[in-house]
Design a protein around this ligand. Sequence first.
Ligand code: CTP
Length: 399
Amino acid sequence: MLTGKRILLIIGGGIAAYKSLDLIRRLRDEGAGVTPVLTRAAEEFVTPLSASALAAEKVYRDLFDLTDEAEMGHIELSRAADLVVVAPATADLMAKMAGGHANDLASTLLMATDKRVLIAPAMNVRMWEHAATRRNLATLQGDGVRVVGPNEGDMACGEFGPGRMAEVPEIVAGVRAALGEGPLKGKHVLVTSGPTHEPIDPVRYIANRSSGAQGAALAAALRDLGARVSFITGPASVASPAGVAVAQVETAREMEAAVQAALPADVAVFAAAVADWRVENAAGEKMKKDAGGAPDLSFAENPDILAGVAQMTAGRPELVVGFAAETTDVITHAEAKRARKGCDWIVANDVSPETGIMGGAENAVHLVTADGVEDWPRMGKDEVARRLAARIAEALGAG
Ligand code: CTP
């Protein structure tokens, strides 16, 4: 529920604006108060009267409306809410936000607010895929703006692809998440992610093919269920999600120290592909090949971070989840790994090169628990993350 929460809803000018009227109803059903703001273009699609009738509140439209300024200035309006939602967020509104423009009421409110912002983009597929929109999206995400959708499907313009605004229940779920109102509210979840780099000398290192995509998606999904997330990541090729506490590390030993520093936690998920070995005799200066012959590297075993936490005698997280990346006998190895490391669950996947999973966008996992093995169909890493986060909430009795 969103009882007592105030939402400032900026409605942009797109055909999806009609869904925003339903959004007002659904948010009010959850107990939230909604103050609608319509851009000029939005008024071509929905009327201020319908927005204000559904919200049972005044609709704000014009920056230079002096009556409004006398009643409530735009600064105050931008801050009176608990959350600012932009739906539909058109390509133009996203560009204005990314560029820091403030030339109408909507963009000025977005510049003046000190509250979280959630956008639900909606536009033609070509516009969504345009380099300028990609750039603006990355900028906004980097600024901490939350994004829900867009979805893929038939569009009002007759084309097919991503660009359709998220459905109203998805936006309501995004609002709940942005306000930290999900089933994992009050829970602290630790997630490790990405590869580790183990130096050979100051310029060379041993690494692996992990992109960090699954760990990042998982941290975002847990955050969206209201958890406080500590995200400990090696040098990944995907960006860390907004709204989580990030610790950037390089080596396995640094990752272990960051995990220890982040404890205690209610749940710990180890999605990182940690190097099992480090070079014990790493050189302080760059190795030169004229020194003669191949370098004589000796290896030392890295600490097993997951096993260390799973086998804690005091203060162990209630739920410890490991991943198993295998290329043969996936289930057998995963079951053995679960027993050996002492964790509660293992998320096992086949990372043979032909699966395209490591470094790719999809994953096909098996969830190994004390109750047996569940085979999940191949799906996007985001979807795996959402399912796993929901299972974690369920296991904690919070689902
Ligand atoms: N892991 C860890 N610390 C390590 C090695 C692995 O925390 N030093 C964690 C990983 O994050 C993952 C799980 O252990 O959750 C399994 O990792 P994996 O590399 O598949 O297993 P290993 O223990 O390295 O076993 P093997 O290499 O024999 O398959």
